[in-house]
Ligand binder design. Sequence first.
Ligand code: MRU
Length: 364
Amino acid sequence: MKVDGVPHRTIWLAEDGWSVEIVDQTLLPHRFATVRLTSMAEAAEAIRSMQVRGAPLIGATAAYGMALAMAEDPSDESLQRAYETLMATRPTAVNLRWALDELHGLLAPLGANARAATAYVRAAEICAEDVALCRAIGEHGLPLIEHIAARKDGAPVRVLTHCNAGWLATVDWGTATAPIYMAHDKGLPLEVWVDETRPRNQGASLTAWELHHHGVPHTLIADNVGGHLMQNGLVDLCIVGTDRTTRNGDVCNKIGTYLKALAAHDNGVPFYVALPGPTIDWTLASGAEIPIEQRDAREVTHMTGRTAAGEIATVEIANPGSRAANYGFDVTPARLVTGLITERGVCEASPNGLASLYPDKAGD
Ligand code: MRU
């Protein structure tokens, strides 16, 4: 996607041919800066500190983390250490495990000398595949927007999204945003409602930033506004992403997604979830089994932003001395999901729906 007219991706191999560059998402929306990762430890820290985040991008960064580990030391011990260190960075997005299993399975049988080159090739392929998967999600989701646009007589289609499931959460295109970008690029009038997404404000700082830089009309709203908008007929469609979807179609995504799905269900607003195949956890029967990340309470009690003087500052917003809890994700039951938009098409959020698109995986 474009930043000030220039196409960008979120992760790429640096010019030196071995280190890896990322967009440092902790600095957005105030600064667009890239950071160079030169070791497996730095890749792990980038995931842990959320310089990179979003399920597909976490997977892509972990793949390059394995490559960096093999460039440092291709021994069996190093391979196992990299696998375990990267796996421990964040618990919920299953793309992390998918990418690490992929790399570990490929590298373990190889001789040490062949590991680094093979890891770099596979990491680059995972990134290229992610772009293709997200583009295909966009192509399958676009008709949903076109269908609504056809009955709106030129009025904008109003799409509500939560968190950042945009290109910043993937390598390019995004999942939830891919149909939005395609509709916009095709000239369809759109208005995107962007949930701020407390506590880390991925909507306010990331989704709003990327939509703005690509020229997509959008309006930022506080997290609790969506229900009111839906009650008043101001949302035509919700599209969100997911960090892990289980084989029954339950969807785990950023905290607050469930409440939007309830409001959508109550008001007859279609609620779609966009996801690539590697976000499906075929090993889990239902969302109740998904590990939910709990993060530092400081993300709830403090906020970081830019002062009028242009400085980045962190301030305390909560009563000092009160306990705070910080649950990162929630599970939306399949019954509240209108459909899953995947790279293979749109399906019902159900065991049969997923099996119809992924017969090769569902039988495992
Ligand atoms: O905590 P984050 O910012 O990594 O959470 C991201 C999300 O919840 C996204 O919606 C999800 O990863 C889908 S990304 C295409």
